[in-house]
Design a protein around this ligand. Structure first.
Ligand SMILES: Cc1cc2nc3c(=O)[nH]c(=O)nc-3n(C[C@H](O)[C@H](O)[C@H](O)COP(=O)(O)OP(=O)(O)OC[C@H]3O[C@@H](n4cnc5c(N)ncnc54)[C@H](O)[C@@H]3O)c2cc1C
Length: 389
């Protein structure tokens, strides 16, 4: 016997779980309970870099980016606050002929889905990026409507949305497992839930294990730093840039540059210690591309555990009739609201108008966690395998 009942219980108070709980409530469910083992946003969601890009590598990625960006722009009217979306423009430069060919193919796919992305010739890249060392690129794709959110502000925005919509927030309550079909066992009793949505970001595999599910999602250290201010780094002169081959990206932040880079050799697992040697490599790569940063000190450096999936695509699907799983695959700032809305729709009706979720369920993975889908070609170079544990 459960102590309590709810129409839906959502596990995990990050951007995916919280926005999903909000969308379930907005869809008309009377009692939606969000359980979070610590504090809202304490996982990856408050520690991200905030990049939001419609220039996705697959049609699914593009649709989730488009939906999430639209949602960020609509938030103020809908909930009275917002996640701080800033339209900055995003450049993906090419350094080899192979990258140029891949970029043109991607651009055609993205433009076909309505993304206002265009090709910049090398001279145009340099003109649009006065801080970039000139003459380095063979051109690149640029979307002026891509941008970034402020991750802690997003946590504040979803907290407001949860409270205003009447979602019941239970912090310091841990998910312990599922009894019967959808009776949720927590550290503070059982809740008989009509629907259950499981999230957990880098901890999703563990949440899955507690529920008796094998979910091939992992976590790995990812490092971000912010330089001191410099007049050359005024936001009007600095579009966001993603050096795809190296996994290095940057954007303006309070008069300096925020930059992050993924180490493909980083062993999977939780880790929030700063790796000074790798930070030196990040700085060297950035200084080669943006020379003004070479002489600048750092104002902030942090490392946090980022979620990933073997194909770098999201997981959105029912694991059982009343149990839905949602994961943004390491792109929860650019895809999070779209993943959350699609997961709420799938939990309620089995499908979503955000995108066709049928390829994105757990059934795309084999026993070893290998995906049937091709890997998203525009992703940070995370490990493609999940740590065995
Ligand atoms: C350094 C860094 C930079 C990033 N930069 C970007 C970026 O620029 N753009 C982008 O799109 N994405 C970025 N990301 C990725 C993005 O932050 C994540 O994809 C997103 O936050 C995942 O959201 P989530 O809700 O799934 O997970 P989380 O935010 O981790 O939330 C999961 C929650 O579940 C809770 N939980 C876990 N287990 C249990 C349990 N048993 N019971 C109850 N609660 C539980 C956790 O405490 C946590 O609060 C970045 C991530 C990092 C770490």
């Amino acid at each position: 016997m459960a102590d309590q009942t709810a129409d839906a219980v959502v596990v995990g108070g990050g951007t995916v779980g919280a926005w999903c709980a909000y969308f379930l409530r907005r869809a008309g469910l009377a009692r939606v309970v969000l359980i979070e083992k610590g504090l809202l946003g304490q996982g990856a969601s408050s520690r991200a870099a905030g990049v939001v890009r419609m220039q996705g590598g697959t049609p699914e990625a593009v649709r989730l980016g488009q939906w999430s960006r639209r949602f960020y722009l609509s938030q103020r009217d809908e909930i009275g606050t917002d996640s701080g979306f800033t339209e900055q423009g995003y450049l993906l430069p090419c350094f080899t002929e192979a990258e140029v060919a891949a970029a043109h193919a991607r651009l055609a796919m993205q433009a076909g889905l309505g993304v206002p992305v265009r090709w910049l010739e090398p001279g145009e890249v340099d003109a649009a990026n006065p801080t970039l060392a000139p003459g380095l690129t063979l051109g690149g794709t640029f979307c002026a409507q891509d941008g970034f959110i402020t991750p802690p502000r997003n946590v504040a925005a979803y907290t407001v949305a949860l409270i205003r919509s009447g979602v019941e927030i239970r912090e310091h309550v841990a998910f312990r497992g599922l009894a019967a079909d959808s009776v949720v066992e927590t550290s503070q009793g059982r809740i008989d839930a009509g629907l259950v949505v499981l999230t957990g970001g880098p901890k999703l595999a563990e949440v899955g294990r507690l529920a008796g599910l094998r979910i091939p999602a992992g976590g790995v250290r990812h490092q971000v730093a912010v330089t001191e201010r410099h007049p050359d780094l005024d936001p009007a002169r600095v579009p966001m840039v993603f050096d795809l081959a190296e996994g290095l990206y940057w954007r303006p932040e309070e008069g300096g540059l925020l930059f992050g880079m993924s180490n493909p050799d980083e062993p999977p697992g939780e880790n929030r210690e700063v790796d000074e040697d790798y930070l030196a490599r990040m700085r060297a790569r950035l200084a080669g591309l943006v020379p003004v940063t070479a002489g600048l000190g750092l104002r902030r450096v942090w490392a946090a555990t980022i979620d990933y999936t073997p194909d770098h695509l999201p997981i959105i699907g029912r694991a059982r009739d009343r149990v839905t799983v949602a994961c943004a695959g390491g792109a929860g700032m650019m895809w999070g609201p779209g993943v959350a809305r699609a997961a709420a729709d799938v939990a309620l009706t089995g499908s979503s108008d955000v995108l066709d979720t049928s390829p994105l369920g757990l059934d795309r993975f084999d026993e070893a966690g290998r995906s049937r889908l091709a890997t998203d070609p525009i992703a940070l170079p995370f490990p493609e395998r999940i740590a065995s544990s």
